[in-house]
Design a protein around this ligand. Structure first.
Ligand SMILES: Nc1ncnc2c1ncn2[C@@H]1O[C@H](COP(=O)(O)OP(=O)(O)O)[C@@H](O)[C@H]1O
Ligand SMILES: [Mg+2]
Length: 284
């Protein structure tokens, strides 16, 4: 997969993250090492990549013995924290002053497990640092966020993505025009993983065609299967803003309230498509 082979290995290779990189470099120079970190932002913005680059910078050859990565996206409960994480947090670092534990996609850790984690952070603070990544920082309890330096990963801007894609296209001799590259960048919505994936799969060009030709009357003629296939084939945020445009253009004001409700729920959830699907079924 291109997005894996093109995963940045150093801070310099991360594009569009200058502000964050400067801060991280400052932490790396401190004699006491890095603080606990919480990276939040939508997917494909470099959070996991940043965590592994930091670990490589801190540990060099001693990486394997001191860097522990866990993905928490499928819900992780208290047993996982009490048994696995507590055990690891207790271990002494090897050939380094401290260890780093990455809890990737920490929104999946249940609140009671997070309470337990908070104590583990306290007890082992001298030789264990945590890096958390999440989509939604409000899903992390305050006693943890307040122990971390919070860094927000904004969506990567369109031009930076386009430039990066161009570099990959040239390097791998892919056959895309600048116009197509710009289109890929645009529909990625600040998500670099999606942008790079699109270079390989060409999938979302079609979804942008779907969006370009969408009208309210067309949706009205769709049966349930067609509506669901629309909801599940297009990026939910893009589909939502397209629907919002259409509602404004066609002055379909009766849809404003259901849309407001849908938007609110989408913002609270990582499963945005479900709410768009429901909106299409009930209100369009
Ligand atoms: N700032 C960036 N610069 C260059 N490539 C990036 C950047 N952010 C993400 N990518 C690309 O997207 C892929 C996914 O990034 P990742 O760090 O896993 O994102 P996240 O953890 O925020 O979902 C990486 O493998 C890399 O190819
Ligand atoms: Mg990630």
């Amino acid at each position: 997969m291109l997005f894996e082979t093109e995963r940045p290995q150093t801070l310099e290779q991360l594009v569009g993250r200058d502000k964050e990189v400067t801060r991280i470099k400052e932490f790396l120079q401190k004699p006491e090492g890095i603080p606990h970190l919480l990276f939040s932002g939508k997917s494909g913005t470099g959070k996991t990549t940043m965590a592994s680059i930091i670990a490589r910078e801190v540990f060099g050859d001693a990486l394997k013995a001191n860097y522990y990565e866990f993905n928490s996206s499928s819900t992780r409960g208290i047993d996982f924290i009490r048994d696995e994480i507590a055990e690891i947090a207790k271990r002494r670092p090897l050939g380094a002053n401290y260890k780093i534990i990455l809890l990737d996609e920490a929104d999946g850790i249940t609140p009671d497990a997070q309470q337990c984690l908070r104590r583990i952070m306290e007890i082992n603070a001298n030789y264990t640092r945590f890096i958390f990544t999440c989509n939604f920082p409000y899903k992390i309890i305050e006693p943890i966020t307040s122990r971390c330096v919070n860094i927000t990963f904004d969506p990567i801007d369109l031009l930076t993505i386009a430039k990066h894609l161009k570099r990959i296209v040239v390097k791998h001799k892919l056959n895309y025009t600048d116009e197509q590259i710009k289109q890929f960048a645009k529909i990625s919505n600040g998500d670099m993983r999606l942008a790079i994936n699109n270079l390989e799969g060409n999938i979302d060009i079609s979804s942008s065609e779907i969006l370009d030709t969408l009208t309210l009357s067309k949706i009205k003629t769709m049966n349930l299967d067609e509506k669901m296939s629309l909801a599940f084939s297009v990026d939910p945020e893009l589909l939502f803003s397209k629907l919002f445009d259409l509602v404004q253009k066609e002055k379909s004001w009766d849809k404003l309230f259901p849309m407001a409700e849908c938007n609110y729920k989408m913002n609270m959830s990582i499963h945005k498509t479900l709410f768009i699907a429901n909106l299409l079924e009930k209100n369009f």
